[in-house]
Design a protein around this ligand. Structure first.
Ligand code: CTP
Ligand code: CA
Ligand code: CA
Length: 423
């Protein structure tokens, strides 16, 4: 038996809920279903800030970050749902509960790593191998992959000249699936990595259908050989669709993909990569030798980048259904900026009260206790912003105590320290 090509050993999927907070609101307010709508927090100023947008509203140009009133100018029939409030701040508990329901359904299928409130990685290697064996060399029925796109194979369909965009897209998708299935060798070896991706996609179709039937929520997914490619491919076709990203389509995709679009390269580190190497796209990284990447980024990171730009990555999917930490925060922008110790103490107590509630709930649900208290402060000055973070032992699940400890942790940074009351 030939060894599996390096980087193609696993089948990994990323499942991400479509406009998640919107779907949660639509479930409890059925009149919003199928309509252009958005979720806002704090309806006070100009209709509140939008944090989630239905796909119907996206068609009108409504985006996250807009004010509700601004969005209603673009789309007059836009309906707004407001995030509940508690302790003077947004209360996300209904979205967290919905997330728990979805994770419960998904975890029946395979090993799940919860990655955020609305997404999870799935290691399908074992399940996909088993499914590939069961096929016994028979061609996969494309009717079982009815929401699946294959990157690099979907665009080449014999799309007709006329017709609406949705029909053309569906025709391209179907032609792509057939071309992909044709590309799998006849009497395909069950150990073929491409066959295993296809088997993984069959399982994800079933998983997504189960999520929708049992919770009412729709999601999208990416299926590939590792977490980075799975996450990237999930975003290629949304909503309510899934995308296989085979290794043979990686270089074509990476040639026009900005470095910052890749998992873990979206922030400062990704910027330093593009600046140091004078590049823009992921594919351009392939021009650099391993030793050059070692010189610029050290051996470990250099190796990682060398592999990554070729679509190869090995971070395991870790079995984890629960968040690692429980946190809450609030921003005070512009004129709302806190300026006295009293205000700082007041809001620390509000945050600590939410924390106490959620810690107690977590202890009851999950039989575990938190050990560390961490406090982060972000200061937005004129032009520059700075931030710091400090931690201490989490002594008790008690709001007053948490607020007091938190205040002491950050009090040393008060620039008005020699004044009695100012912050
Ligand atoms: N979210 C948020 N603030 C952000 C990013 C996300 O509050 N800066 C919330 C959104 O309200 C959202 C959920 O976290 O519903 C998941 O975010 P994301 O997956 O990025 O977007 P979705 O709204 O789910 O839309 P999509 O269909 O594009 O995934
Ligand atoms: Ca989402
Ligand atoms: Ca997400």
């Amino acid at each position: 038996m030939e060894p599996v090509e390096r980087g193609k050993e696993r089948v990994v999927a990323l499942v991400d809920m479509d406009c998640f907070y919107v779907q949660v609101e639509q479930k409890s307010h059925p009149e919003l279903r199928g309509k252009p709508c958005a979720v806002v927090q704090y309806k006070t100023w100009q209709g509140g800030g939008i944090i989630a947008v239905s796909y119907e509203a996206r068609a009108y140009g409504v985006t996250r970050g807009m004010r509700g009133m601004e969005a209603q100018k673009k789309c007059p029939q836009l309906q707004l749902a407001r995030i509940p409030q508690a302790h003077g701040k947004a209360d996300l508990s209904k979205y967290r509960e919905a997330s728990v329901q979805v994770i419960a359904v998904m975890s029946r299928f395979a090993v799940i790593e919860r990655a955020s409130i609305d997404e999870a990685y799935v290691d399908l290697t074992a399940a996909a191998r088993q499914r590939a064996r069961q096929m016994e060399g028979q061609r996969v029925d494309s009717g079982l992959l009815k929401t699946t796109f294959v990157e690099g194979f979907s665009q080449n369909g014999q799309a007709q000249q006329s017709g609406d965009p949705a029909t053309l897209k569906e025709e391209g998708r179907r032609a792509g699936i057939e071309a992909w299935l044709d590309s799998l060798p006849p009497d395909c070896d069950q150990n073929s990595p491409e066959l295993q991706l296809t088997a993984g996609a069959l399982i994800v179709e079933e998983m997504r259908a189960a999520v929708e039937t049992e919770t009412g929520y729709r999601c999208s997914a990416g299926i590939s050989h590792n977490k980075v490619l799975a996450k990237l491919s999930c975003g290629l076709h949304k909503p309510n669709a899934q995308t296989i990203l085979p290794m043979c389509s990686v270089s074509g995709l990476f040639d026009a993909l900005p470095v910052g679009k890749i998992r873990n390269l979206g922030g400062k580190f990704g910027e330093s990569v593009t600046e140091q190497l004078h590049i823009k796209y992921m594919g351009q990284l392939r021009a650099f030798t391993e030793s050059r990447l070692h010189m610029d980024f050290g051996e470990k990171t250099g190796n990682w980048l060398f592999d990554l730009c070729r679509g190869v990555e090995f971070e395991p999917v870790r079995a984890r259904h629960l968040p690692k930490s429980i946190g809450c925060s609030k921003s005070f922008l512009g004129l709302q900026a806190l300026s006295s110790c009293e205000q700082v103490k007041h809001w620390l107590l509000q945050l600590a009260t939410e924390l106490e509630e959620r810690l107690n709930h977590d202890r009851q649900q999950n039989q575990r206790v938190g050990k560390q208290l961490s406090v982060s402060v972000r200061l937005e000055g004129s032009g520059k912003s700075s931030s710091f973070s400090r931690c201490c032992a989490l002594a008790q699940y008690q709001a007053q105590r948490i607020a007091k400890d938190a205040f002491e942790l950050i009090n040393g940074f008060n620039t008005a320290a020699n004044h009695q009351t100012a912050w």
